[in-house]
Design a protein around this ligand. Structure first.
Ligand code: ZN
Length: 173
């Protein structure tokens, strides 16, 4: 499927997930203040486009322009852990050929956990008084469950749209 189809899919599922967060954050006991709602929406869209960043395109160029500006901002404000994490995430689609690991259904689940693990590790290195542990990692994932869900939902939206036979034939990715 092409870029336009993927961004439409991302906006639709992003809106649906943001709506679910408004409805279910209280019963689930995981708060979703306005900032988190904005993050849920944008992360879902971002990850619905993410798998195709492994191929040179105009959206890819814009993605890296945006990432560049965000990295400058994070470095300026000394958010070094966040900057490192974002740089790692942004570069991963380029590590292998088109439609390889980013289009694998298992990557979608392993990736957020691995990134949360790295983030925890970076924080732990700075604050010598707490150890890296799987308990910490699980707590971290739990506290950011909406954002993890946004990543997974956006990514699966991409894979689902790619798998539709109608779009498979068109030669798009
Ligand atoms: Zn794709």
């Amino acid at each position: 499927m092409n870029f336009k189809g993927h961004i439409t899919g991302g906006i639709v599922t992003g809106a649906a997930l943001t709506g679910s967060a408004v409805l279910f954050s209280e019963p689930l006991g995981v708060p979703a203040p306005p900032l988190v709602l904005a993050q849920i929406f944008s992360i879902t869209i971002l990850f619905s486009l993410f798998p195709d960043l492994d191929i040179s395109s105009i959206p890819q160029r814009w993605f890296f322009r945006v990432i560049f500006v965000i990295l400058l901002g994070l470095s300026y404000h000394e958010y070094y852990e966040e900057a490192t994490l974002l740089a790692l995430v942004a570069i991963t689609p380029l590590l292998d050929h088109h439609r390889s690991w980013t289009h694998n259904i298992f990557s979608v689940l392993i990736f957020p956990v691995a990134m949360a693990g790295i983030y925890e590790y970076l924080l732990m290195k700075k604050q010598f008084f707490y150890d890296w542990s799987t308990d910490q990692l699980m707590l971290h994932l739990q506290n950011h469950i909406w954002l993890v869900a946004a990543c997974i939902v956006g990514w699966y939206t991409h894979l689902f749209l790619d798998s539709l036979p109608k779009f498979k034939q068109s030669g798009h990715h």
